[in-house]
Design a protein around this ligand. Structure first.
Ligand code: ADP
Ligand code: MG
Length: 551
């Protein structure tokens, strides 16, 4: 038996671990399962390249709760460690074996999915355990080893009689951390962090209902059988090639990600790039619904299929945080501040790549099926308009597919709109004047009056549209956007202006006089032009400044 001192430069690292990571101490399980996954994938890699001929088989990682013994076990069938390796990789704290492995096999192992160097690593176990044991047997047929440490720099290392290859980590859970002996809590953590990890993870068993045979009598009770409770899907949709997936597969994956979400997404965008950075993922445009759980159902960030966070601020441009889905990238620095993230070159590139992919997808949906795109417009416009407002690159691209709907449900692109109104709606300076309403019910008399004059009226009712219109006015000369209930509508110039009134000028003046006698002049204006139309024999409007005073 060997005893010794764990090799750390700081006198005692454990109080530090407890103190600094206290708020996040549930991540210990993610770290241990990441290590178990790495150990399994390393063995797979070595068998793949013919460096060993041990049978890889169908390895599973098992998590077991021993409530009475107050222990939590994480068991893998991976590469294992020799005694020397325990000395090296465990006792020399902050020595990442994953990094060393990747360095050694750098030509072949870059796509092996090895996680390593990911968080705090193995020692995070001491956040929840006062004593940790490792029982491990290397694939290199050597005597198994048993390491024990009680949260100080002292450890013991001796021989063990473990026969099967792989590693078992045993945590003796602290009294104050007994939540981690509750099956529900562990199940919850496994689902949160490990739901899509690449090696199957078993946590207990479950009853599975067998399908009834076709010819079963009506009152037959379905049989159940006990099967392993595998908590993860080792091959989630985003790790596959888009060409291998059907629309239905994407929808199913959406349901897998958000089990409480019953509306199908509108469409998806599959992200897949390996240069100049690595990123995969699937983003979904959700259907906007009243009961949408914006708070809870968010884009999730993964690294090599390990859940990291659903706070993607700084990584995904803000206007896209309304989307759903997954992004997975080993190139996003973790455990750094958000402001650092925003300044990081790789992260900036990732963010603009995502923006570009989203714009391209929208463009192709628009080109391929305009009718469908128009139908979806109401659900997607918030994201697009917000993006146009906040990202200039997106603005440029989006102007080709952003739609401007009229009160009569015609959908124009910006270009089509200009074409439509160019002969009919200009002001005295020759500017194109786009008329728009924001509320069809409240503004219907103004809408009707403008339509009666042959003007096109848009219905732009999203909360940020006025800011976007301002931006558009700024970007393009000779265009202005005017509310349909503003005074300016009366000053538009129409090329083919020649109206025949049903009333003579004398009759009009008389009618106007009659009204002005009963309606306070300083509060309302009697509009004459409207008398020419069939839609409104007479129009009484409130000057814009009066209305604004009330608003
Ligand atoms: P990292 O995973 O970043 O390398 P860790 O602190 O998590 O750092 O682990 C340190 C090292 O200990 C690993 O790189 C690996 O060599 C070894 N190790 C940890 N857990 C296992 C395991 N379950 N099986 C085999 N080796 C392991
Ligand atoms: Mg690790």
């Amino acid at each position: 038996m060997a005893t010794g001192k764990i090799n750390v430069s700081v006198e005692n690292i454990f109080p530090l671990i407890k103190k600094f990571l206290y708020s996040d101490h549930e991540i210990f399980l993610r770290e241990l399962i990441s290590n178990a996954t790495d150990a399994t994938l390393k063995l797979k890699h070595l068998t793949d390249i013919g460096e060993t001929d041990v049978a890889y088989g169908n390895p599973v990682i098992e998590v077991k709760v021993d409530k009475e013994g107050k222990k939590l076990h994480v068991i893998d069938q991976g590469i294992g460690m020799t005694k020397d390796e325990v000395e090296k990789y465990i006792n020399e704290v902050a020595f990442s074996g994953a990094e060393e492995f990747l360095e050694k096999y750098k030509d072949t192992a870059k796509d092996s999915g090895i996680i390593g160097h990911f968080g705090l690593g193995f020692y995070s176990a001491f956040m929840v355990a006062n004593k940790v044991e490792i029982i491990t047997k290397s694939y290199k047929d050597e005597q198994a080893a048993h390491w024990v440490c009680e949260g100080t720099t002292d450890f013991t290392l001796e021989d063990a009689d473990k026969k099967e290859r792989g590693t078992e980590i045993i945590l003796h859970i602290n009294e104050e951390d007994e939540e981690f002996l509750e099956e529900n809590r562990i199940q919850e953590l496994l689902v949160k962090y490990n739901k899509f990890m690449p090696v199957p993870i078993k946590f207990g068993t479950k009853e599975e209902t067998l399908p009834l045979p076709e010819d079963a009598p009506e009152d037959a009770k379905p049989e159940t059988k006990t099967v392993d409770n595998i908590i993860n899907n080792p091959a989630p949709a985003w790790t596959k090639q888009p060409t291998d997936l059907e629309d239905e597969d994407y929808k199913n994956f959406y349901r897998e990600l958000y089990p409480m979400q019953f509306e199908d997404p509108l469409f998806h965008i599959h992200l897949n790039v390996d240069y100049p950075f690595n990123l995969t993922g699937i983003l979904y445009f959700p259907k906007m619904t009243q009961d949408m759980n914006i708070q809870k159902d968010k884009i999730q960030l993964y690294q090599n299929q390990v859940f990291v966070t659903d706070n993607v601020e700084g990584i995904v441009p803000e206007f896209l945080t309304m989307l759903r889905g997954v992004i997975d990238s080993p190139d996003i620095p973790l455990n750094v501040s958000r402001s650092y993230l925003q300044a990081d070159g790789a992260v900036k590139k990732i963010s603009s790549y995502i923006t570009r992919k989203v714009a391209d997808k929208l463009k192709s949906l628009f080109n391929n099926n305009r009718e469908d795109f128009e139908q979806k417009w109401n659900d997607i416009k918030i994201v697009i308009e917000y993006g146009m407002l906040s990202e200039d690159k997106f603005y440029e691209k989006a102007q080709k597919f952003a739609l401007y709907p009229s009160v009569d449900n015609a959908y124009y692109t910006f270009e089509e709109l200009q074409e439509k109104i160019k002969d009919n709606q200009t002001d005295k300076d020759g500017n194109l004047v786009v008329l728009y309403a924001s509320n069809q019910d409240e503004q219907h008399s103004y809408i009707d009056a403008a339509k009666a004059k042959g003007y096109e009226v848009l219905l732009l009712d999203s909360p940020i549209i006025s800011h976007l219109l301002q931006k558009m006015e700024g970007e393009k000369e000779k265009i202005s956007f005017v509310r349909v209930d503003s005074d300016q509508v009366d000053n538009l110039i129409k090329k083919d202006e020649e109206k025949v009134s049903k009333l003579s000028d004398e009759e009009k003046e008389k009618l106007k006089g009659d009204f002005e006698r009963v309606i306070p002049k300083e509060k309302y204006t009697i509009q004459m032009e409207a008398m020419d139309s069939d839609a409104a024999p007479l129009l009484i409007t409130q000057p814009e400044f009066m209305r604004r005073m009330k608003e």
